[in-house]
Design a protein around this ligand. Sequence first.
Ligand code: GAR
Length: 204
Amino acid sequence: MSIAVFASGSGSNFEALVERSRKQHWPQPISLLLCDKPQAKALERAERLRVPAVAFHPKEYKDKAAYEQDVLHCLQEHNIEWIMLAGYMRLVGPTLLEAYPWRILNIHPSLLPAFQGKDAVRQALEYGVRWTGVTVHWVDEGMDTGPILDQKPVLVEPHDTMETLQRKVQFVEHNLYPAVMYKLLTGRILPPDPSSMELKEEQQ
Ligand code: GAR
């Protein structure tokens, strides 16, 4: 059994996860990068790191269920037990949630429930908060709404720009996400019983 990382963009979290998993000899390897954007820079990182990668074109499917059915086949072919979303800018639908109850994690660049959705670092800077941070949480059908696994704060300093704050947030992300996953894989955090994940109304 192994882990898949889903990404849509740069893939810096993907790279940090792969490096940590190798250094720490995780009991399950990261054996797949799945992108929903064929141009994603994450794909170049996968090539350099020698992690198998696949790119999907969600727009070519008639709906989310059809897209996710294909994704699911791919995950099953690669013997995937865990899914880690790392900058995957798409809501996960019932097909994957039902196939992977309490097995899908996400990282978000804010202290949830503050600043959900896109551009969370910019939202925090524009709001003027003193502290923002990083959250790792279980994925449910909402946007950045699942139960929280762990969080780490990041201080917003008066001289911070988007660039400096982004750098600080990503530094924390690159440490927190692998740390949480390692705890799950080694039984230091126990996932809830799979039957306890109840899906709300189906959404496409
Ligand atoms: C990360 O900061 C991640 O937390 C964020 O996208 C970035 C991806 O960076 N995710 C979200 O905003 C999800 N709502 P990366 O591609 O360099 O890992």
